[in-house]
Every structure is written in structure tokens, then in C-alpha cells.
Design a protein around this ligand. Structure first.
Ligand code: ZN
Length: 237
């Protein structure tokens, strides 16, 4: 069994991402099982803002539910299973339709770090083209392990991959880190679009060294916004 602290954090992550506008009725967040690295935890198929501890299910790395108890699983759980398989150091995954990132998946403009909070984007943000893996007539969803594996390959060693015409996937070394990254990916996209307009396409981004150093610094301060966001999500209920 997963510890209640891990389940509590995953429930909080669902609520925070909802409150911060990263997910709405759709999108999901998972965490790798702390005691069995070949399993992960993910809510049943439902709106993240309504998730409680009873909704958390366990899956193996092929996306099979281990304790379904009549609960339906997300169709796109293979996003999570295949990334955990491909990236042993990844402990948490967010998939969302984070609105401000959508234009960057649909145009040739790369998403790049405009400020230090989103410095983790400095390693590059690949765009996943589902037509390359699934042909020209998918419904855009990652419905099977093959599409999940193709997405994980495109993600490579990056923190974020955009999914053209769909959304993004964000990974981290903990629930707190992945929530931080999902929120600041959305904010970066909003600010970058604004800067591109204001600067008529000329924007001064963080360079590679600045991005790497700021990412190290940010690793030490996750707990601060996490506590704030958790409180805000709880107050709203
Ligand atoms: Zn989706």
C-alpha cells in the first residue's frame, strides 16, 4: 500500500493544479510509488479538482490498474506509464491542456525560458507530433502504450514536451517539483507570448548557464510555493 502521506500529496497536487488553472475537467497528475518503483499512483477518470484519497488507484508500468474496484481509469494513463518506464529518475508526471502553451505546440515558435522561475525549460522543449507516431487520423489522445512510448521518446531528457494540438507533459523528481514546473510552464508561455508581441519578435531569454544555475537554485525552494498553493486550494473549498 502507498503511504497516506504520498496519497495526501497527490490529492493536494490535483487540487492545486485545478485551482491554478493548469487542469480543468481534464488533465491528470501521477506519482511513482515510493516503495515499488514499478508502480505509480493516479486518480480514477474524473475532474482533478474533485479528487479525494478514495479516488487514487495504483498502476503497473504497462498502465494496468492493480486495484480497480470498479473504478474507471484515464484513457491517457499510458502517458504516465511509458514515461516512468523510459525515465527512471522521474517521480511525478503532469499531463494538461495548459491553455497558454497551446500556441507554442502549433507554431514554429519554440517555448524558451523568459525568466528564472521557468529556467528548467532551458534544456529545450520538444514538440510531439502525433501524426508521426499515429498517422493522420488519430483523435489526438495517447490511447495506447505505443503512442505513450513515442511521446516518451520525443520528451527525451527534457522536463517538458508540448503535444501539438493537445497540451503538454511535464516531469519532475517529486510531486512538488512537477506541480511547480507545470504552473511555471503555463506562466512562461503567457509571458513569452506577451514579450514576443511587445518586442516585435525580439526577446532576450535566459542563456544556457543562467538556466542551469537558476534550476539548481529553484530545487531548494519548492516547499515555499507548495505550502501556499496547498492552502489556497484548501481555502477555496
Ligand atoms: Zn489530454
Amino acid at each position: 500500500m502507498a503511504s497516506s502521506a504520498l496519497i495526501d500529496d497527490l490529492v493536494a497536487a490535483n487540487r492545486i493544479l485545478d485551482q491554478q488553472g493548469i487542469v480543468d475537467g481534464f488533465g491528470h497528475v501521477s506519482v511513482r510509488h515510493h516503495a515499488d518503483l514499478a508502480r505509480f499512483l493516479l486518480a480514477r477518470s474524473m475532474a482533478p479538482g474533485l479528487v479525494t484519497a478514495d479516488d487514487i488507484m495504483e498502476f503497473d508500468l504497462d498502465g494496468n490498474p492493480l486495484d480497480p474496484r470498479g473504478r474507471a481509469a484515464y484513457v491517457e494513463r499510458f502517458i504516465h506509464s511509458e514515461i516512468y518506464k523510459a525515465r527512471p529518475e522521474v517521480m511525478a508526471v503532469v499531463h494538461s491542456h495548459s491553455p497558454s502553451i497551446i500556441p507554442f505546440g502549433a507554431t514554429p515558435v519554440p517555448l524558451r525560458p523568459i525568466y528564472h522561475m521557468s529556467s528548467f525549460l532551458g534544456a529545450g522543449v520538444p514538440v510531439f507530433e502525433i501524426r508521426d507516431a499515429g498517422g493522420p487520423a488519430t483523435d489526438m489522445l495517447i490511447r495506447n502504450p505505443e503512442l505513450g512510448a513515442a511521446l516518451a521518446r520525443r520528451l527525451g531528457s527534457a522536463a517538458v514536451a508540448l503535444m501539438r494540438g493537445h497540451g503538454d507533459v511535464v516531469v519532475g523528481g517529486s510531486i512538488q517539483e512537477v506541480v511547480f514546473r507545470a504552473i511555471y510552464t503555463e506562466i512562461n508561455a503567457k509571458l513569452q507570448a506577451e514579450a514576443l508581441r511587445l518586442g516585435e519578435g525580439r526577446v532576450n531569454y535566459l542563456n544556457a548557464e543562467e538556466a542551469a544555475n537558476a534550476t539548481e537554485t529553484n530545487r531548494r525552494v519548492f516547499a515555499r510555493p507548495w505550502d501556499l498553493w496547498k492552502r489556497q486550494a484548501a481555502d477555496r473549498r
